[in-house]
Write a protein that binds this ligand. Structure first.
Ligand code: GLU
Length: 361
């Protein structure tokens, strides 16, 4: 609710700003109501530079990105989930994985944080795989909400729909639709699907889970509203618990790089060779990542990188350059949208310096 109230007061403030601007005829020179995330100034110079993807070049750009942003102290750890506030905010690891499985990494690439919202991508991938693309589009939705990721009014404003699988509402809904005889089996399937994307057995963060499961009434409320609107596939509170578990899985930059590379490699994990999802569904999930992967800052991110990406409030981010690269970064401090500050800066820098913006090919 706090987010809702902040949003409404921002909108009100924006309206006042607009009226004043119109009155003084300086509309075009006014500052936008919402300040930008960390991206604008930093990556500007890198755009449009071209270079090849040689090993030498990748290593050089990776090192540059690390050196350039390692001392950036902007942002702060999420604290609405208490266990996230005490994660070491200095962690900074970047991993790049090519579709043929070559790994380039620097920094704290083995340090783990909870995956949080990034898990939503993999559960949505399961739903599209099991139920088809029409189902994902019609039952859950594939549009941005324009509101905070945990917004309750977004559901009402969009006709009782979650709008997309990457806001909490759509993610809890996705979880509820994973085919299983009970919530135990549902959780086991979701967990092992994330393992398959990572090509590794991911650990579970009990501390984060305990912290969140005892404090997730907002998510429970969301699940109940969606249930009332006939949009849930299984018991809403059970689905919320499974969703909370999926958010509590640990990932490192290395894991995220590998998960991103599985998308970049048409749904086949480059390290294990396992086909994790059908190639035909990969562009659908990437499209939703492009639309809603970075919360309310997804437009700025896409504008600057052209790359589908997903972040989580644990401080992880993954970005996908189809056919070319999977990028995973872990750096816990977040901007006001909930995106890792150094994660965005490093990934955007790498994409632009390597000249691999997918929309510029
Ligand atoms: N578990 C978090 C929540 O439900 C995930 C949020 C996120 O990373 O966006 O609030």
């Amino acid at each position: 609710m706090k987010n809702e109230i902040q949003k409404i007061s921002l909108i009100k403030r924006g309206m006042v700003t607009l009226s004043i601007a119109c009155a003084s005829l300086i509309l075009l020179s006014t500052t936008p109501v919402e300040a930008k995330g960390p991206l604008t100034a930093e990556v500007k110079t890198a755009i449009s530079q071209k270079s090849s993807l040689s090993e030498e070049r990748i290593n050089a750009v990776l090192k540059e990105a690390y050196e350039k942003f390692k001392n950036n102290q902007d942002g702060k750890n999420a604290d609405y989930i208490k266990a996230l506030a005490i994660v070491d905010s200095k962690i900074f690891g970047i991993t790049l994985v090519t579709p043929d499985g070559k790994v380039y990494e620097i920094g704290d690439t083995k340090d783990v944080v909870s995956i949080q919202s990034i898990s939503k991508v993999f559960t949505a991938a399961m739903v599209i795989q099991e139920k088809g693309d029409k189902f994902l589009q019609e039952k859950i939705g594939v549009n941005a909400t324009g509101l905070a990721f945990n917004s309750i009014i977004a559901i009402e404003l969009h006709g009782g729909s979650a709008s997309n699988p990457f806001v909490n509402a759509g993610a809890i809904q996705s979880t509820s639709w994973v085919e299983a005889k009970d919530s135990k089996e549902r959780w086991a399937k979701i967990y092992s699907n994330m393992d398959d994307f990572a090509g590794a057995k991911l650990s579970f963060n009990e501390e984060v889970y305990d912290s969140e499961v005892n404090d997730n009434k907002n998510n429970q409320a969301i699940s109940k509203i969606l249930d009332a609107r006939g949009r849930m596939g299984s018991d809403p509170l059970e689905a919320t618990t499974v969703y909370t578990k999926q958010c509590s899985v640990n990932v490192s930059a290395h894991d995220l790089g590998m998960m991103a590379a599985t998308f970049a490699n048409d749904g086949v994990n480059p390290a294990t060779g396992k086909k994790v999802m059908d190639k035909k569904y990969v562009p659908k999930i990437l499209a939703v990542m492009a639309t809603a992967g970075l919360y309310d800052n997804a437009g700025d991110w896409l504008y600057l990188t052209g790359s589908p990406a997903k972040s989580g409030v644990g401080g992880g981010i993954l970005a996908v350059v189809p056919g070319k690269l999977g990028i995973g970064v872990v750096a816990p401090p977040l901007d006001k949208f909930g995106n890792s500050v150094r994660g965005q800066l490093a990934a955007a820098y790498i994409i632009n310096e390597l000249g691999i913006n997918p929309l510029a090919q």
